[in-house]
Design a protein around this ligand. Sequence first.
Ligand code: MN
Length: 254
Amino acid sequence: MRILISNDDGIHAPGIFALARELRSLGEVTVVAPDKQQSAVGHAITMNTPLRVVPYSRDGELFGYAVDGTPADAVKLAVRFLLKDKPDLVVSGINHGSNTAINILYSGTVSAATEGTVLGIPSFAISLATYAEPDFSYAAKFAARLAGLIAERGLPPGTLLNVNVPPVPESEIRGVLLTRQGKSSWEDTFDVRRDPADREYFWLTGKMVVTDTEADTDQVAVHNNFVSVTPIHYDLTDLVMLEQMQAWGVEHLK
Ligand code: MN
């Protein structure tokens, strides 16, 4: 199995290292990832400036290729240019921090996997739901198991998996739940500061406000120490509204 690994925390991040080390047991792993922190860049791509790629070594060995772009750039460039053969699987992560509920929209981690899906490759994103000191070992093991299952089952075109792992020892993981995306969102605040020239600037901060209560949402499942696996797709069409809007008479707007 040929596996492409990327992330949004950057190629130096411990999460991508743990993931690559574990997935090497399944086949040929290539790492192509942003050369720096790219969290919350979503599905941005680079069009108006060049992209550069440099080999990146770790512990004296070639670990992968660092791209001075976004997660989606890294996957696109890998599949379209750097890799000799199309990978069988794209895995993005392991992100340091959860990608549940509204975070999926902003997530570079999820977008790297989405890009794999756009390019017709089965893909999943995996995140460890903590901002504290992380231990990626169980999440990496889970990623390898899921990769094996996807190799067996396949994924339909347009669909990827978004995985969130609770930050507890393996013995405290209660199980694996199939979930849907929650609706919890951020209460944004802007920290207003002044630069040395006394000009005002803003720094986005805030906190996640958990409004989800149902056990089958990604947000609640992870909180309850279950590994959460959510199938998502990039087709944003609202099929229910499409049907309801037939009665709107939009054709008369012409
Ligand atoms: Mn990140």
